[in-house]
Design a protein around this ligand. Structure first.
Ligand SMILES: O=P(O)(O)OC[C@H]1O[C@H](OP(=O)(O)OP(=O)(O)O)[C@H](O)[C@@H]1O
Length: 281
């Protein structure tokens, strides 16, 4: 899923989606488009489809011929889960993304700390800060939030959940994901004792098949009357419909095309306005 937005120096935005077409066989073709002098082309690529990165590279090439600045937003960093061992999928995806030759790369809450350094022009993934510092507003609107604590489902989620708990002024409770040493498969969870009453917000970066989050919910013995969920990247593939059994409100962004899965019915927090703002800064 790809979105093209022209931003003039005065801040006027134009959606250039019609410039993107495909030949009947599926190859991308980007039609000519005009950009005012000094404009920025913002290219947002959602999800992990490398073919969309090819379209982004073609559109960027066109924009550069008009001397426009190119900002590539990769809200869900493709390859970020393949960040160890050989082959290193993260590096291969990063090389494909670098073929866009963007002046800046923006992302949000990348799964792996390895990944941003592989992208040549990434600037400290500034939007990562957004999720953490603005989460209380996103989740609770203008009201007081209802949470008595935040749960981190595994070690990888600990820093993210702690900063969300800090923003919400509530304690964080840590869980652990146990894996079988030989197969690497998930073998169970353990969790710190939780408060006897009040709502808890589980915070993680990705919900894919939902196994991690449903496994965690089971070990807490709690359900939708006590648990809500924030996940930055709602991939929501097969199996994720089980999340509804365990969580009341499910919040996510539109970083991945899977976020619209109707079986999950998540509340969506759109990212494009933030990318436009960030591209102009
Ligand atoms: O919905 P699921 O299919 O369970 O996938 C989502 C989980 O996968 C990722 O962790 P992962 O276990 O890949 O990585 P880690 O061992 O590096 O934390 C992610 O951080 C979630 O916890």
């Amino acid at each position: 899923m790809i979105e093209l937005i022209g931003i003039t120096p005065a801040g006027t935005t134009t959606h250039l989606g019609e410039a993107l077409t495909q030949f009947p066989g599926g190859e991308w073709h980007v039609r000519d488009f005009d950009l005012e002098a000094g404009s920025t082309l913002l290219v947002v690529v959602r999800g992990a489809n490398a073919d969309d990165l090819a379209a982004a590279a073609i559109a960027a090439d066109r924009a550069r011929s008009e001397a426009a600045t190119v900002v590539l937003a990769l809200p869900y960093l493709p390859g970020a889960r393949a960040d160890r061992g050989r082959p290193l999928g993260a590096r291969v995806y990063a090389e494909i993304a670098n073929a866009v030759h963007a002046d800046r790369v923006l992302t949000i809450d990348p799964h792996s700390p390895v990944m941003p350094s592989l992208l040549e022009r990434i600037e400290d993934y500034p939007l990562g800060r957004f999720v953490r510092s603005q989460l209380s507003r996103l989740v609770a609107g203008e009201r007081e939030h209802p949470y008595v604590g935040v749960i981190a489902p595994d070690e990888g989620a600990a820093a993210r959940a702690s900063s969300v708990a800090h923003a919400l002024h509530v304690p964080v409770f840590h869980a652990r994901k146990h894996r079988d040493f030989t197969t690497g498969k998930l073998s169970g969870f353990s969790c710190q004792p939780l408060p006897d009453s009040g709502r808890l917000l589980v915070v993680d970066d990705i919900a894919d098949g939902g196994g991690t989050l449903t496994g965690l919910a089971e070990v807490t013995g709690l359900g939708p009357d006590r648990l809500d969920l924030w996940i930055t990247h709602g991939v929501f593939s097969r199996g994720s419909e089980r999340l509804r059994t365990y969580f009341g409100t499910i919040h996510t962004t539109d970083s991945h095309p899977g976020h619209t899965n109707p079986a999950v019915g998540a509340t969506i927090h759109p990212l494009t306005p933030l990318f436009i703002q960030e591209a102009q800064s």
